[in-house]
Write a new protein. Sequence first.
Length: 236
Amino acid sequence: MKWFPKILFALYSLLLFCNCSQEQTLPYYNNLNSAPKQLKYLALGDSYTIGQNVCDTCRFPEQLKSGIHRTFPNDSFSLKIIATTGWTTTNLINAINTQNPTSDYDLVTLLIGVNNQYQHKPFALYEQEFPQLVDKAVALAKGDKTNVIVVSIPDYAFTPYGHGAESISSEIAQYNTFAQEYCNRNQIEFVDITDITQQGLMHPELVASDGLHPSGLAYAKFVERIFPKARVILTN
């Protein structure tokens, strides 16, 4: 009987998200009566943005792109990702500087910091470089901070790899608290998805096959929270 709630959860998830590469169950807002636009989305991050151990269309930027395309079917939509597994804030800053993307993005998401924690970088480094990355994100989003969404860091303690380690959760919470407070002070949109990943041990279908990263289903749940914010940004 102790497996019954998990089975119910899995069946419910299967009905809603059985194929993460297909259309997501996101609200639909038809803009066929508006003039066509060319919308551009830039996703900045690390393994959680590039989607380590999930299919290309299962990572959250692609799922978000799919939902936006359904919402704005009369518009063209492009996605650029600057993210690699293992990147710290330093790596991401260097990559942005090297690639020098254009500064005309309608939407920019930023999810970074887990590798600072994992690689035991000084927390002061994150305190210094996270604001720099937010500034870069704003500059790339047409200089408009209302076009930027910061996403919280997942908690990998709740994976087979993390073994429920309280020390991991505590350190991830420190990073997320700093990021959220910084965003709040500077009127930057912050979306908290960490609690979704904290269900990973109870609901293993939220964890990818490597036992560490989020699954396509978990990313779909991220998008359920990010999408309404993105829709408002792209509607304005």
